[in-house]
Design a binder for this molecule. Sequence first.
Ligand code: ZN
Ligand code: ZN
Length: 215
Amino acid sequence: MFQDLSFLDEVKICPHCQQTMSLCEAPPIHVGDGLGWGSDVLFICLNDSCPLFLKGWQQIENQYGHHASYRYMEVPGSPEGNCMMVGNADAFKACIVDREELKNQNARYRQEKEATQKLKSCIADHNLEPVMALLLNEGATRSVRDTAAGYLVELNDLACIDPLRNHTFRDTALEQKVNMAITELLKINFKKECPHCLEIIKAQAKKCMHCKEDL
Ligand SMILES: [Zn+2]
Ligand SMILES: [Zn+2]
């Protein structure tokens, strides 16, 4: 997870071609001097018609005698430009950051952090919401979801049953824990689920009030 996401809203223009630069994942090592870039992402001009890139082939051929060119790049939050050597036109094109996806990931991450924080006082607050936010989030931390499942019975809120029943758990152990909690919840509330329509009904009902089926 990236620490600082301010680069997501940053727009950089290549001074060589005036085109918008692409946001790319930084290569793990600064090829030039072995130091890190100091950033997980870099802005790189990936315009194949950029004059720097077009002229670079000849320049490097003349200077170093090998087949490569330059791409213009800047580190987020810094106006300082650099040239990066690339061996072909496709270099870095597979590393373009999907900004929307990253924003979504970050929103999910924040939501999980917030729910984890609220989980500590959910019993005192009679608040089912963080428990549900975590249980229904397949991307959330396993141990935190496990803790959340452990609060279901104590919270004693039957509203949890429907969404949990409709959720597909990838983790079968967690699913089992949730199912056991639901069974317990129904029991302590003298309820059961209608085997025909799955609505929650009185434990001693002989006929379902929802689907009218005999039990
Ligand atoms: Zn350019
Ligand atoms: Zn029914």
